[in-house]
Design a protein around this ligand. Structure first.
Ligand code: PEP
Length: 254
């Protein structure tokens, strides 16, 4: 059984950047990174820039991701975006259950699981986010919370889908705050998640699933985090908006 997991680093641009900004950033990243690393690199611009970024990425090894999708396939859902529409823009990955969506849009584990299923139905791979708040960590409930999020957010997926999922452990208190989990804190939760995956889905699946760390990853903390045995890459917010910092993080990942 081969347990090698290809590192995966994704940049979550959030609600930042116009189309010209997105083009410019993508060109710099593409020219600096194509073929340079064994790490899978995913850019997740806002919906409005997906098409422009897709065009810039043609012929490069960098992949395109979206930040959200509808759980429904099509229809009268004004303002929503369906998986098939993303797939038609060369999108390969889609972030689901980001803490900002859980917090500001009341996304539940059950909804996240339906979004992950909708992604797979159109051939997209979900990046399923989970993580505890500061209050939950201080109350000693981190494992209980992330364990419940893990089981709930993957509910109903087929075994062959679970194995393809990318998980992102993102402690809410570390997102956009400049506070990073220590490498030991991250490794401990990642190992817990892999053990829970083993219980729920078996050893082989658990050994194959990639688990990213996210939360104020920067060039100067990336190496320590990304060399932990159960940390298989990073989901990067703020530092993904600059070509030099995102590239430096990627260079620390392989
Ligand atoms: C994120 O939003 O996924 C994230 C990790 O943000 P930041 O890197 O800015 O903390």
């Amino acid at each position: 059984m081969d347990h090698h997991r290809q590192p995966i680093v994704a940049g979550n641009w959030k609600m930042n950047g116009t189309v010209p900004f997105a083009r410019e950033l993508t060109r710099s990243l593409r020219d600096g990174l194509t073929g340079q690393t064994d790490t899978e690199i995913v850019l997740c611009p806002p919906f409005t820039a997906l098409d422009a970024v897709a065009r810039e990425l043609e012929g490069s090894t960098l992949l395109l991701g979206a930040q959200n999708l509808s759980e429904r396939p099509a229809g009268a859902f004004t303002g929503e975006i369906a998986a098939e529409q993303l797939a038609s823009l060369q999108v390969r990955y889609v972030i689901v259950g980001h803490s900002e969506r859980r917090q500001y849009h009341q996304e539940s584990d059950a909804l996240v699981a339906r979004k992950a299923a909708a992604a797979f139905a159109a051939g997209l791979t979900p990046i399923v986010c989970l993580g505890e708040t500061l209050e939950e960590r201080e109350a000693g409930n981190t494992e209980q919370i992330v364990g419940r999020q893990l089981t709930g957010s993957l509910a109903g997926l087929a075994a062959e889908q679970i194995v393809q999922c990318v998980l992102a452990y993102e402690p809410v208190w570390a997102i956009g705050t400049g506070k990073t989990a220590s490498a030991a804190q991250a490794q401990s939760v990642h190992a817990f998640l892999r053990a829970r995956l083993t219980e729920n889905h078996g050893l082989e699946t658990a050994a194959a699933v990639r688990i990213q760390y996210g939360g104020s990853v920067k060039p100067d903390n990336a190496r320590e985090l990304l060399t932990q045995p159960d940390v298989d890459g990073a989901l990067v917010g703020g530092a993904s908006l600059k070509a030099d910092s995102f590239s430096a993080i990627i260079r620390h990942s392989a």
